[in-house]
Write a protein that binds this ligand. Structure first.
Ligand SMILES: CC(C)(COP(=O)(O)OP(=O)(O)OC[C@H]1O[C@@H](n2cnc3c(N)ncnc32)[C@H](O)[C@@H]1OP(=O)(O)O)[C@@H](O)C(=O)NCCC(=O)NCCS
Length: 247
């Protein structure tokens, strides 16, 4: 196994790693994600894109963007950091923080601890970039099984051993991550009902809150106005960076 950044190995097809087939398709409707699309991040911040190679083939990636901290972590989590990173790049503002926007493990290589290895490599890449902190708006996937439970309650649910019930939050805590709070409106998708029907196969024929497979909270639907809005809460997690005392 080898760990590289795209700055070291620009030839690695890191974005070729697919998502699992059951991943929610509706996230492709995220507008903010267009600002930080793969090609752009790879061009602007190749030192913040980490790949784990197995026999030379990429099996996991970790993607970060840099930004200048603006006080507290934003309630509009993932979306707001995507905007801040783009704004700071446009305005020439020097960053002091890295935010992980994505960690993905090839579906055929999951459940082998690769994500922890990538997390560690991300922390090293952040230290090497001279950035003072690493934060992540974590999307706890198992929350989709309990869409009506408030995210704050879910994040604090622990097993008898004290670790989070959610497997992905658990991985972050084991790796030294600290839960900093809920980002209640972190990732948003607003789209006409035709898009939602195409993404989900559901009818979207009544107003109100609709439970959609893979969604962490219900999707809010207006048949009258022909749109639905998904407002995904995430959990802000901070990770230690080598050589930097924790706040
Ligand atoms: C979330 C993800 C990065 C985890 O990576 P991974 O390397 O497979 O995770 P690990 O091997 O470290 O396993 C972490 C925990 O999840 C569990 N797990 C992993 N895959 C699982 C699966 N398919 N079903 C149930 N549990 C699973 C592991 O058993 C482990 O639990 P433990 O704490 O009881 O040991 C990976 O599943 C993934 O790429 N998902 C799609 C993209 C995504 O959702 N990324 C996160 C948001 S950006």
């Amino acid at each position: 196994m080898d760990l590289v950044t795209l700055a070291q190995r620009p030839d690695v097809p890191v974005y070729g790693i697919p998502y699992p087939p059951d991943s929610p398709r509706f996230m492709e409707g995220s507008l903010a994600s267009l600002l930080v699309r793969g090609r752009r991040v790879a061009r602007l911040w190749p030192h913040l894109v980490v790949a784990l190679l197995d026999g030379g083939e990429p099996v996991a990636r970790g993607v970060m963007v840099p930004f200048r901290g603006r006080g507290s972590l934003p309630a509009r989590g993932w979306d707001e950091v995507a905007v801040w990173a783009a704004e700071d790049a446009l305005d020439g503002v020097a960053p002091d923080t890295a935010c992980a926007l994505e960690i993905a493990v090839h579906p055929e290589h999951q459940a082998r601890g690769h994500s922890s290895v990538v997390l560690e490599a991300m922390r090293e890449a952040v230290a090497a970039a001279g950035l003072a902190s690493l934060v992540i708006p974590v999307r706890p996937p198992d929350k989709a099984a309990v869409p009506h439970v408030p995210m704050g309650d879910y994040a604090l649910s622990t097993r008898p051993d004290g670790l989070p019930v959610d497997r992905w939050l658990r991985t972050h805590v084991r790796a030294g991550g600290r839960l900093e709070g809920v980002a209640p409106c972190s990732a948003t998708v607003q789209a006409p009902l035709a898009d939602w029907r195409r993404w989900t196969g559901l009818p979207f024929d009544r107003d109100g809150a609709v439970v959609v497979p893979g969604a962490l909270v219900p999707v809010l639907v207006s048949v009258t106005q022909d749109f639905a809005v998904y407002v995904e809460p995430n959990i802000w997690v901070s990770h230690p960076v080598a050589g930097v005392p924790r706040a």
